[in-house]
Unconditional design. Structure first.
Length: 143
């Protein structure tokens, strides 16, 4: 797998744009596998195996599918194979830098997304409490 000429001629600002954009599908795929309902059964299976398998290697292997940070390394490696994206240097050094940079940015995105979900959940709970209080006041006044 030789170097891709268009990657070597990219400016740093263009590399940063690729970094921020390429981290989005990495974060999406990682989050979906490690958190969403569609993968709950395989994730539960892997969680059980990660806690109950005797060999350490097997426990660690299955744990990879339950940890967003760990799994993001493998998703990133897949995307690097797919896109051949490199940062700062040509060759293997560019791949290593791109790998860790993409993992970091993807995990940053997942942290933001998780925080947003928590804020929305908190708002929904606060609204439900307010609605119950309003209903109680209406019942007290009307009854």
């Amino acid at each position: 797998m030789g170097p891709v000429p268009y990657l070597m001629s990219m400016t740093l600002s263009r590399q940063l744009a690729y970094l921020t954009l390429l981290a989005l599908p990495i974060a999406c795929a990682t989050w979906t596998v490690t958190h969403e309902e569609v993968f709950r059964e395989p994730r539960d299976f892997c969680r059980d195996k990660s806690q109950n398998c005797k060999p350490l290697v097997m426990r660690k292997f299955f744990y990879l599918f339950t940890c967003e940070y760990c799994f993001s390394h493998y998703v990133t490696a897949f995307f690097l194979l797919l896109t051949r994206f490199q940062m700062l240097y040509d060759g293997w050094r560019g791949f290593v830098i791109a790998w860790f940079a993409l993992v970091w940015v993807a995990n940053f995105y997942m942290s933001l997304y998780n925080r947003l979900r928590l804020d929305i959940k908190h708002e929904n709970v606060a609204i439900a409490v307010d609605q119950v209080e309003v209903e109680e006041k209406k019942a007290a006044i009307g009854g």
